[in-house]
Design a protein around this ligand. Structure first.
Ligand code: URA
Ligand code: URA
Length: 211
């Protein structure tokens, strides 16, 4: 994602804040129940992606997970199956989770966007601003001990920063009061296998934190 898009997203959020628009916060009732949030996303028509989706990709896994992974947006395979990280990048993520001594069912996996952008293009500020409240609802409901942000996009959006992922990764941050570890995206690792050892270092920090 170019810094240009990030700047646009931040400017958009800034203007909404200044105008007192807080509609991206879910009602307290919604926050109490993940299935209510899922229902809302499933019928969401807030942006154009809803017209093109085959399925909403809400998130899967243990709703009491101590560890949550957050990616960018569904791709082709995810859109067809309605589940996150089930394509090639997903296979690698699954292997990483298993190497940590966990199963996919132990953790919770979701994305910033719940619908697939056409041709996997970068999410637009308008799409993020409508969709992020669902993720915040998921985080607040699950209250994991640790969140792992996968890739530049998830890290920069959730930490509200333009700092490059190369500098963000491997260090502990906070997101909605929760320990947040950014690392490289598994799709990036498929193109740059040499970066796997850095991601594995980051996963070891998470394993240590989880005990
Ligand atoms: N990439 C993502 O960021 N999320 C998915 O669910 C799949 C691929
Ligand atoms: N660039 C990205 O967009 N994501 C990564 O994970 C690493 C580099």
């Amino acid at each position: 994602m170019s810094n240009d898009i990030l700047k646009k997203i931040r400017a958009y959020f800034q203007m909404e804040k200044e105008c007192g628009i807080h509609e991206y916060l879910l009602s307290p009732k919604k926050k109490d129940d993940l299935s209510l949030i899922k229902e809302e996303v499933t019928s969401c028509r807030m942006c154009g992606l809803s017209k093109m989706r085959k399925n909403v990709v809400f998130g899967t896994g243990n709703t009491k997970a101590r560890l949550m992974f957050i990616g960018e947006a569904p791709g082709y395979e995810e859109d067809i199956q309605g589940r996150p990280f089930v394509g090639r990048a997903g296979e690698l993520l699954t292997r990483i989770i298993e190497a940590m001594g966990l199963k996919r069912e132990d953790v919770y996996i979701s994305n910033i966007l719940k619908c697939r952008p056409p041709q996997n293009r970068n999410p637009l500020p308008d799409e993020i601003s409508h969709c992020i409240k669902y993720l915040y609802g998921q985080i607040d409901y699950i209250k994991p001990q640790v969140i792992c942000g996968l890739g530049k996009f998830a890290a920069q959006i959730l930490l509200e920063t333009e700092t490059p992922i190369t500098r963000l990764r491997g260090e502990w941050h906070k997101c909605r009061g929760i320990r947040f570890m950014p690392t490289y995206h598994p799709a990036y690792l498929l193109r740059n296998p040499g970066a796997k050892k850095l991601v594995w270092q980051d996963m070891k920090k998470i394993m240590k934190e989880l005990g």
